[in-house]
Design a protein around this ligand. Structure first.
Ligand SMILES: NC(=O)c1ccc[n+]([C@@H]2O[C@H](COP(=O)([O-])OP(=O)(O)OC[C@H]3O[C@@H](n4cnc5c(N)ncnc54)[C@H](OP(=O)(O)O)[C@@H]3O)[C@@H](O)[C@H]2O)c1
Length: 395
């Protein structure tokens, strides 16, 4: 039962993926007699935490007797409740105040700011009569999911711990790749799209959950992409949507006046929503990235063709690859399983897949790439399923 409530916390947490950053995404559920009576999630960095929103939802529902109800309830949270005063008061105080029957959380918070207060806070909750279920008591799958949904937050914290004197802002770079099953990234003449409509919708969600979208001048010229978000927040399972800042990289080429007038990117975005960066002038891709992150940490998504994607990979400027592989032409699930096995069982094969995409063999062998998420994306429109593979090198 508790795993089911924690799974609901994960769903709620993901609703806040647009604006909780650089805070973690967190969901909380309040359960009374095995029934969910309140839910909350962390929506905006610096604003109410998930636990507070969940408690408030119960207060709104039971304005007169919420205290008694909360004291008879269990609270489930996808991440350890905070025990320090940051931009908001400690959630452990809230849990203590309402004397919940039980607290269960899915993963510990590695934030070093909590180290001083944690023991005292949890002891106080326990002494107040609340049973505490720690992550160690939950299934491996639940712990893995808790780790997966907040991998960007955990990555930023580990960088913060490792590089205490580093003045540069950390970033998270996710390279999005769409390909056919043979790993070709260029759309065939007979197709309008490589991947199915649900994968393309998922890409819109990715855009909304990143702060910067980097693309290359060729993709803009060849595809005439709009690079906007054409779904509602509800359709993308998000509380809010936002268009990331678009950065178009070029070095030798330029946009002609005619292209500036006619290309979709310039029609669909205000001039403050995009910029064109000359990588040759900036000296390197790395210096462009440093400049982009100079004021705050940024989640960067690279949505470009093979040439630019290859540069990011070769220069080791990435944390993750989100690969949507179309299974068109694979005539049965047997083939799908083969692809998964092909990718999964031999570490080198992951690299080989990237090699296929990028037509390169050297330089990747030092990466410890790992598949951290695989799912079949079925389309609602009768198209063939796609395989979504998230490959990470930092976990
Ligand atoms: N399947 C997918 O996921 C996907 C996604 C996007 C696009 N595409 C396809 O990819 C095709 C374009 O591919 P592409 O690889 O030629 O274009 P691209 O990756 O969009 O852009 C490459 C251009 O970026 C500029 N650039 C600046 N710094 C660079 C660096 N360090 N390394 C590499 N490039 C740098 C260069 O501009 P200069 O020429 O000015 O030097 C280069 O020509 C499009 O036709 C599109 O259909 C596929």
């Amino acid at each position: 039962m508790q795993e089911k409530f924690i799974a609901r916390c994960f769903e709620l947490a993901k609703l806040g993926e647009t604006n909780a950053f650089p805070n973690p995404i967190v969901g909380a559920v309040i359960v009374h007699n095995e029934k969910v009576i309140g839910e909350g999630f962390h929506r905006i960095c610096g604003k109410e935490h998930a636990e507070v929103n969940a408690v408030n939802s119960v207060i709104a529902k039971y304005p007169k007797n919420h205290k008694e109800i909360l004291a008879e309830s269990e609270i489930y949270v996808s991440l350890e409740p905070c025990s320090h005063t940051g931009k908001t008061p400690p959630c452990t105080e809230l849990i203590k105040k309402y004397r919940f029957k039980k607290l269960c959380f899915a993963i510990s918070d590695p934030n070093p700011d909590l180290d001083q207060n944690r023991l005292k806070a949890f002891k106080a909750i326990h002494n107040n009569g609340t049973e505490i279920v720690y992550p160690e008591e939950l299934s491996l799958e639940t712990k893995n999911n808790a780790n997966f949904i907040n991998r960007i937050f955990f990555h930023l914290i580990s960088l913060k711990n490792k590089q205490k004197n580093e003045t540069r802002n950390p970033s998270w770079i996710n390279i999005k790749i769409a390909s056919y099953a043979d790993c070709n990234m260029i759309t065939k003449d007979e197709d309008q799209w490589i991947t199915n409509s649900e994968s393309r919708k998922d890409v819109h969600r990715l855009r909304s959950t990143h702060d910067i979208l980097i693309t290359g001048i060729n993709s803009i010229k060849n595809d005439n992409s709009k690079l906007n978000i054409r779904f509602s927040a509800e359709e993308l399972n998000l509380a809010d949507i936002k268009t990331p800042e678009i950065v178009i990289l070029k070095s030798k080429q330029n946009f002609t006046e005619n292209e500036k007038k006619n290309l979709n990117i310039f029609q669909y975005h205000h001039p403050q929503e995009y910029k064109i960066e000359d990588v040759a002038k900036a000296n390197s891709l790395k210096s462009v990235l440093e400049e982009l992150c100079k004021n705050s940490p940024q989640r960067i998504m690279v949505e470009a063709g093979p040439k630019l994607a290859e540069s990011f990979l070769k220069q080791d400027l990435f944390n993750e690859i989100t690969h949507y592989m179309s299974l068109k032409g694979c005539d049965s699930l047997y083939n799908v399983k083969n692809i998964q096995a092909h990718v999964f069982f031999q570490n080198n094969k992951i690299i080989q897949i990237l090699d296929n995409i990028l037509k390169h063999h050297q330089n990747f062998s030092n990466h410890k790439l790992k598949i951290i998420h695989k799912e079949l994306i079925n389309s609602k429109c009768g198209e063939t399923p796609d395989l979504k593979i998230v490959i990470s090198k930092s976990l």
